[in-house]
Design a binder for this molecule. Structure first.
Ligand code: PSU
Ligand code: MN
Length: 342
């Protein structure tokens, strides 16, 4: 039985490699549609670990000019931790997987202009299909996961996850991040949902969509779903993950089983940078109240901006630290996964 198990494992690894190869060939044949940078093409063919990064955080989350600096720092952090960064975004109507410094600069500087939209999965074809002026797009987790999946990238790092908004049971404002992860096998490293979202309903929705949820921490200790600026949210994590290698092993086993659902690995903000929940809660509550007439995809950026004003920019500093930490852990997960696939 042991031998059969080994054969079975080999078979599954080969099958998943073949699927990746096929997908990658498909993408490589359509550079006008998805442009994969030469660095990422090389990394994929050498089977180096690749970590996908989103860009809505630069166009609609993080203020100029620090958004460009952050984009560079994210890439450096990924490299320093043993993986190749594939920043995903849309520039002048073209989907990019892996962006040059110049491209990152152009996208970051275009933030706030009419040309640059926040792109969710449903907006991808719209963004590249415009007959008039070509658009730029900052990709949300939803769009980033979709494009990563199309190009055979299995792990993505980001700041905050979208979710079910407070009052979502009547407004039905539920981020496409959640349903996309229910459909596509991509793993996301994130520091949680902000407390302007309904944590409990978001967890229920993810469970219904069969999206795995785990949080980095020590078994036997109290581990909450992290609250983005703070490490706790009041909601215990359904699962605890003790290391990036363990996360990689979970993804690896999902791949071997040919499961099709995505995973969320929550990575709490490092203690030294956290802003306590008791301090943030009233600020967030008032930010939500002030932004309540702004609907659709503009709501999240409006709330983030209010929070920034009310914390005199401290929220931005915390955001920077947590997202860099996710790049660090994400790179290690991608590296661990490649080791298992060897
Ligand atoms: N939460 C943050 N910062 C962000 C976002 C969410 O703390 O930048 C962005 C992410 O790109 C996420 C998107 O995927 O907002 C969710 O937007 P919406 O709620 O419109 O789906
Ligand atoms: Mn929404």
């Amino acid at each position: 039985a042991g031998q059969a198990g080994v054969d079975n494992q080999k078979f599954n690894i080969q099958t998943s490699r073949k699927t990746l190869k096929r997908k990658f060939k498909w993408v490589a044949k359509r550079p006008d549609l998805i442009h994969v940078s030469s660095e990422i093409v090389r990394a994929m063919s050498l089977r180096l670990p690749v970590l996908g990064l989103e860009t809505a955080i630069y166009t609609h989350g993080f203020p100029k000019p620090n958004n460009y600096e952050l984009a560079l720092e994210m890439e450096e952090t990924v490299r320093a931790n043993g993986a190749v960064p594939a920043t995903i975004g849309i520039l002048n109507g073209q989907i990019l997987v892996g962006m040059t410094k110049e491209q990152l600069k152009e996208l970051a500087e275009s933030a706030g202009s009419e040309k640059t939209i926040k792109v969710s999965t449903r907006d991808i074809a719209y963004c590249i299909g415009q007959l008039g002026t070509p658009l730029n797009g900052g990709t949300t987790i939803s769009a980033t996961v979709s494009i990563a999946w199309m190009s055979g990238i299995g792990v993505v790092a980001t700041g905050g996850l979208g979710g079910v908004h407070k009052g979502g049971e009547t407004s039905m404002d539920i981020s496409a991040d959640l349903a996309t992860l229910g459909k596509l096998k991509v793993s996301v490293i994130t520091s949680g949902m902000k407390s302007f979202l309904d944590t409990s309903r978001t967890l229920e929705f993810l469970e219904t969509q069969s999206v795995f949820v785990g949080t980095f921490g020590k078994r036997g200790e109290k581990v909450d779903i992290p609250g983005f600026y703070s490490r706790d949210s009041g909601y215990p994590s359904p699962n605890i993950i003790e290391s990036p290698e363990e996360a990689a092993n979970i993804i690896f086993n999902g791949n071997r089983l040919m499961m099709t659902n995505g995973s969320v690995f929550f990575n709490p903000i490092p203690k030294e940078f956290e802003i306590s929940k008791s301090e943030m809660d009233p600020i967030i509550e008032s930010a939500v109240e002030k932004s309540k007439l702004i609907t659709g995809r503009d709501n999240t950026p409006a709330v983030l901006n209010e929070i920034k004003e009310q914390t005199q920019g401290r929220s931005v500093a915390a955001n920077r630290e947590l997202v860099l930490n996710n790049a660090r852990i994400g790179a290690k997960v991608a590296l661990g996964l490649k080791k298992l696939e060897e």
